[in-house]
Write a protein that binds this ligand. Structure first.
Ligand SMILES: [Zn+2]
Length: 439
């Protein structure tokens, strides 16, 4: 029996923007007194008319462009009807069959391409708070978040492990932050994750698929990873026990309990037809002009993977380049780029010193670099200690050397160089290694 998980991800990103999606209320709702940032539009009172937020739409288009999507020249909003206490209107304004962006992708480090089906715009709902009031169990509603601009990024089920899913999520997170449309702060709920999982099972009798499961509202990469792993195992076990297969209408929604580390059944999943989508009658369709797309494209900075490539090109090793880019250490990156043409500076050494905290990028970087790189020629005693430690830790390799395999000396040079964060002078180091090995 061969099993292949099929994992897709829906990512909701709350835009960091001044006002809500269809009204002038402030969009920054975090930590505000309940129900102080609402108006007839976001509460959906009779007769209120929504006015789309241009800045929010531009942010959505920018996300689409950064994720290699095509921008649909003709687009529109739709009403998605459902009843829930945190949705005052009884429907959510979203996009159904003509989203702003479609058919993009993200490339993982392995080179695997993860397809993005669509990037669309919608509005957030309010928040329910289950609590106690005068000793009675109650549920309170806060509508401050109602109408906050959201962008939903829907991937294709192209990931086949939780590791791939996590890498995809990290890349999306970095891109969103790099283009400055949101801080995507997971703790504030600015980025919410919904993995969709099922498993392809190949047996002697043929290829089968387990029923689809969507896990709702996860707010950490690790929880997403755990939920995916739990589901893969659970679905395979369920298939082995019951043989239940995916059908057109047995998709379910599950929640994730991060304490027990299990998923649990919430409800059977609504189909698109249950939401009875129809075009939002109060907002005319959009025609997106080429000029706007070009203007937004120019506004997109170097994306994280491109930045890593630039750093690698000037001599930073891939590991350090990734650390620098993902830690968003802009000053460090600028300092390294600034010294790229200085022939006295070994960029790999420099970046390694910076990544390892040996250089304070807010002080004279070149002076600090020079002090550190002197170690190889001046501090022979220090180097000797480092080399002896490597020799002690690797008796087998020493034995090989003694048997005449002299090229293993390179191993000791490499290890010792690593221990000095690449700061030692290579010639001094290798001479010393040979000397100590022959002792
Ligand atoms: Zn409002």
């Amino acid at each position: 029996m061969k099993t292949t998980p099929l994992i897709g991800l829906e990512v909701h990103v709350e835009l960091e923007i001044k006002s809500k999606m269809f009204c002038g209320c402030p969009a920054d709702h975090f930590g505000k007194a309940p129900n102080t940032q609402t108006c007839p539009v976001c509460l959906g009172l009779p007769g209120a008319l929504p006015v789309p937020n241009k800045k929010a739409i531009e942010s959505c288009l920018k996300i689409g462009l950064a994720l290699n999507c095509s921008i649909n020249r003709l687009s529109k909003f739709d009403r998605k009807q459902y009843f829930y206490p945190d949705l005052a209107k009884g429907y959510q304004i979203s996009q159904y069959d003509q989203p702003f962006c479609s058919d993009g992708y993200v490339i993982l480090d392995s080179g695997k391409r993860i397809g993005i089906e669509r990037v669309h715009q919608e509005e957030d709902t309010g928040k329910l708070q289950h609590t106690a009031l005068n000793g009675e169990k109650v549920t309170l509603v806060d509508f401050n978040r109602c109408g906050v601009p959201l962008v939903e990024i829907v991937s294709r089920p192209d990931m086949s492990s939780s590791t791939e899913a996590k890498e995809y999520l990290k890349k999306i997170h970095e891109i969103i932050r790099a283009i400055k449309v949101s801080s995507a702060d997971m703790e504030k709920g600015q980025m919410r994750l919904e993995p969709t999982i099922n498993v392809m099972i190949e047996t002697e009798s043929g290829t089968h698929y387990t029923p689809m499961v969507e896990v709702k509202n996860i707010n950490s990469f690790n929880f997403a990873t755990q939920a995916i792993d739990f589901e893969i195992k659970r679905q395979i076990e369920e298939f082995e026990k019951t043989g239940i297969k995916k059908t057109a209408n047995n998709k379910t929604t599950r929640g994730y309990d991060s304490v027990k580390k299990i998923t649990f059944l919430q409800r059977s999943k609504e189909e698109a037809k249950d939401y009875r989508y129809f075009p939002e009658p109060d907002i005319p369709p959009f025609i997106i002009e080429d000029d706007l797309i070009e203007k937004l494209r120019l506004d997109i900075p170097l994306l994280p993977d491109q930045e890593v490539a630039v750093l690698e090109k000037i001599g930073v090793n891939q590991k350090d380049a990734k650390i620098l880019v993902s830690s968003e250490n802009k000053v460090a990156i600028e300092r390294i780029k600034g010294l790229a043409n200085n022939s006295n500076v070994n960029i790999q050494k420099l970046s390694s010193l910076i990544v390892n905290g040996k250089i304070d990028v807010n002080r004279d970087v070149l002076a600090q670099y020079n002090t550190h790189t002197k170690i190889g020629t001046t501090d022979r005693g220090e180097l000797e200690k480092i080399i002896n430690k490597v020799i002690e830790e690797n008796p087998q390799v020493v034995a090989e050397y003694k048997k005449g395999k002299t090229n293993v000396a390179g191993f000791f040079v490499g290890q010792a160089m690593k221990a000095t964060s690449g700061t030692a002078d290579p010639k001094t180091l290798s001479d010393l290694v040979v000397e100590l090995l022959n002792k």
